[in-house]
Ligand binder design. Structure first.
Ligand SMILES: [Zn+2]
Length: 316
C-alpha cells in the first residue's frame, strides 16, 4: 500500500509493506494549479508502486466537502472547490484503489494503526501546531461527521464575552485563538514589545523553558492557557469517552511543561468515569503519521474513490 501526505510545503510519500517503508519527499513547489499537483502525485505513486497497483491513500491539508476527495478549501494549496480525488483517480486509473482523506484524520488513524494509540478503538487526537486540529475514532471507526467537520476541536469556544480573541475562522473565543502556535507567537511578540517579557523569549518552546526555570511572565502565561486547553480536552473526553488522548503538533511536542500542566488540570477537572480509563500520551509517528494513516485507510477500503477490479473480471 502507498501513503501520501500532501501538505502546504511538502509532498511526502511512502510505500508501506509488512516489514519495510520506502519513503519519498519533495517540495510541493509552484505553481499549485490542480493539474500540476495531480500529475506530480500520480508520478510519485507510479514510481513507488513499480507497476503493481494497489491501495493508495492521500492525506491532504484541506477541508473536504465529500468523501470523494473534493477540496472545498485549502489555504495551504490555495484551492477552492477542486475535485482533487476524481482528477487523481482518473489519472491513476483502476489499478489503484484511491482514497483521499483530511490530513488530521489520516494522522490520528496512523497513530491508531502503528503509533501512540496502537490497538485502541476509541481515540481523540489533538494537534497544536500553527493552528489546532483534531481527529476522532469512536468504536473503531473514523468519525468524519455530516459535513466532514468532526474533530474541529480548535474552534470550540473557551470564551464568549466581548473581549474574546478573534479567530481566523471568523468567530471569537476559539481555543485556537489562545493556544494555536501563530496566535501564541503574535502574543509573545506583542508582550515583548510592551516589555512584559524578556526579548529572549521568542517561541512557545522558549516560554516553556523559561516557565520551567521559574520566569514569572512565562509561568503566568502557561498557568493562564493550560486550564483553557485542559477544559477543551476534558469536555471532548466527556462526550467521547476515549481510551487514549493523543497529543501532538509542534507546540505540544516541544512544550513538556505545558503538557504537564494541562494533564494535571485535566486530572482535577475531568469526571472520574471518563478520566479513569483514559491515558494521555504524546504522538509517536511524527511526520510519518499522515501517510501511514492514509495508506491504512485506503487498504481497509474506507471511502475509496476507485473500486478494485474484481479478480475474475477481464482487465480493461
Ligand atoms: Zn475559530
Amino acid at each position: 500500500m502507498i501513503g501520501i501526505d500532501l501538505g502546504g510545503s511538502n509532498l511526502r510519500a511512502a510505500r508501506i509493506d509488512e516489514s519495510a517503508m520506502t519513503g519519498h519527499r519533495e517540495p510541493v513547489g509552484e505553481p499549485r494549479d490542480p493539474p500540476r499537483i495531480v500529475e506530480k502525485v500520480a508520478r510519485v505513486v507510479e514510481s513507488l508502486a513499480q507497476g503493481e497497483g494497489g491501495p493508495v491513500g492521500v492525506g491532504i491539508a484541506a477541508m473536504l466537502s465529500d468523501r470523494r476527495g473534493t477540496v472545498a478549501n485549502s489555504p495551504h494549496l490555495r484551492w477552492r472547490d477542486v475535485p482533487f480525488g476524481e482528477l487523481l483517480a482518473a489519472r491513476l486509473g483502476p489499478r489503484y484503489q484511491l482514497g483521499v482523506y483530511n490530513d488530521v484524520n489520516a494522522i490520528i488513524w496512523g497513530e491508531a494503526q502503528q503509533g501512540a494509540a496502537r490497538g485502541c478503538t476509541s481515540v481523540l487526537g489533538v494537534y497544536v501546531g500553527t493552528g489546532i486540529g483534531g481527529g476522532v475514532i469512536a468504536n473503531g471507526q473514523l468519525v468524519t461527521g455530516t459535513s466532514n467537520c468532526a474533530g474541529e476541536i480548535g474552534h470550540t469556544k473557551v470564551r464568549w464575552d466581548r473581549d474574546a480573541a478573534p479567530c481566523q475562522c471568523g468567530q471569537r473565543g476559539c481555543i485556537e485563538a489562545y493556544v494555536g502556535g501563530s496566535y501564541l507567537l503574535a502574543r509573545i511578540e506583542r508582550e515583548t514589545g510592551r516589555g512584559a517579557c524578556s526579548d529572549q523569549i521568542v517561541t512557545p518552546d522558549d516560554v516553556d523553558r523559561a516557565a520551567a526555570a521559574g520566569d514569572p511572565w512565562a509561568l503566568g502565561l502557561w498557568q493562564e492557557l493550560a486550564p483553557l486547553l485542559s477544559v477543551t480536552l476534558g469536555n471532548a473526553v466527556a462526550v467521547l469517552n476515549p481510551e487514549r488522548l493523543v497529543l501532538g503538533g509542534g507546540v505540544l511536542a516541544r512544550c513538556p511543561l505545558l503538557v504537564r500542566l494541562v494533564t494535571e488540570h485535566m486530572a482535577e477537572t475531568t469526571n472520574g468515569p471518563s478520566w479513569g480509563p483514559l491515558s494521555v500520551v504524546l504522538a509517536e509517528l511524527g511526520d510519518d503519521a499522515g501517510l501511514v494513516g492514509a495508506a491504512h485507510l485506503a487498504a481497509s477500503g474506507t471511502d475509496l474513490i476507485t473500486r478494485p477490479i474484481p479478480s475474475s473480471g477481464p482487465e480493461p
